[in-house]
Design a protein. Structure first.
Ligand SMILES: [Zn+2]
Ligand SMILES: [Zn+2]
Length: 361
């Protein structure tokens, strides 16, 4: 059932190539935006979504139409020719069940309070749906396992669009945040990232965009969809310019502030080839509350990205020390001992020892 759905409507193919060359395909999400306004999403009483009790099969409400659009947008409701009505039918029940399973909720098949709360949370705009073929444990890879295929050692360049920036953060602040975000991934895979001055030739192109910005995936204003990016080797990483992006919550007081580093780490995961995880502590979990910080890689994230690129066999003690001094939080993802213990790799065990050393000095 899931495979049938994926082949019809779930992904945007930016590069048109034969199906057999699936590694060259770029996946994103269905082009129909959800119709939940930011006001409806951000209102804890669900005003506009008349959910005052659990809604289940057989019901028909105004809100069901919106929920159908939302679930369709994020890949849970397979409709060939979408005609969203207000009937809570068996397809919607199945879609809600899938959504609850994917997001780690209690599986009730109803629009209950927990499910509605999750739906109303700000989140990544990339579809949650990926066929089960490449699912291992909880992390998910895009169909065809697309990854960056370069001569080793892999070095990817990134740059910021000079025309799509935000005025309330300094360039240095944003660059510092992304340097830390890239360092988190580079610490666990044999891929390094280097900022380039030439935006046009960079592998990974980062920018802040408003509303409809030409890729068929319009942003929706404050909260709601925060950002989106594309699977390898597109390299596009877009952030919603309407958000109040925060680099430091001690100085940013907005209640709707969104942690830039957490979202950067998440979107870089997509750029590298990871889809959404159902582990709530993973950076690849699709939603992020305002003022929440979730930038440390989870074991699930590490296992996922290492399934694509292998582990960082060339991590040198000196390099780690340099990264510790130059990227203040980059080492934090290596510090938790369970990361090393979770792997059978002796090399990772060596990383564990180095981390313990770093904790002692
Ligand atoms: Zn995402
Ligand atoms: Zn975009």
């Amino acid at each position: 059932m899931l495979m049938t759905f994926s082949s019809h409507s779930s992904f945007l193919f930016l590069i048109s190539l034969p199906l057999c060359i699936s590694i060259k395909m770029t996946y994103s999400f269905t082009p129909n935006p959800p119709r939940l306004s930011s006001v409806e999403r951000n209102d804890g009483n669900f005003r506009g979504l008349d959910i005052e009790r659990d809604v289940d099969r057989g019901s028909n409400t105004f809100s069901v139409v919106k929920i159908k659009r939302y679930l369709h947008y994020f890949g849970y409701l397979p409709l060939q020719n979408p005609s969203f009505d207000d009937q809570f039918d068996s397809e919607l029940e199945l879609a809600i069940t899938r959504y609850q399973s994917k997001l780690g909720l209690s599986i009730t098949g109803k629009l209950d309070i927990n499910t509605m709360s999750q739906i109303l949370e700000p989140r990544c705009g990339v579809s949650d749906f990926a066929p089960g073929k490449h699912v291992t444990r909880r992390y998910v890879l895009f169909p065809g396992r697309p990854r960056w295929t370069r001569h080793k050692p892999i070095v990817l360049t990134y740059a910021f669009s000079p025309d799509h920036f935000i005025d309330y953060l300094t360039s240095n602040d944003v660059r510092r945040v992304f340097k830390r975000a890239f360092a988190r991934w580079a610490a666990v895979i044999p891929v390094s990232f280097r900022e380039a001055s030439d935006y046009g030739f960079a592998d990974i192109k980062i920018g802040f965009y408003s509303g409809d910005h030409g890729d068929g995936q319009p942003f929706d204003g404050v909260l709601g969809i925060l950002a989106h990016s594309f699977s390898p080797e597109s390299g596009k990483l877009h952030l919603d310019a309407a958000e109040r992006w925060a680099v430091d919550f001690s100085t940013e007081e907005s209640k709707v502030a969104v942690d830039l580093e957490s979202v950067a780490v998440h979107e870089i995961g997509h750029v590298l080839g990871l889809a959404h995880s159902s582990i709530k502590d993973a950076v690849m979990y699709p939603s992020l509350k305002p003022r929440e910080k979730r930038a440390d890689l989870n074991t699930d994230d590490i296992e996922g990205v290492q399934a694509l690129y292998g582990s960082n066999h060339k991590l040198r003690f000196g390099a780690l020390l340099r990264s510790e001094t130059s990227v203040s939080s980059g080492v934090t993802l290596l510090r938790p001992c369970w990361i090393g213990l979770a792997s059978s790799s002796s090399l990772l065990f060596m990383q564990l020892c180095i981390n313990c050393f770093l904790l002692l000095v």
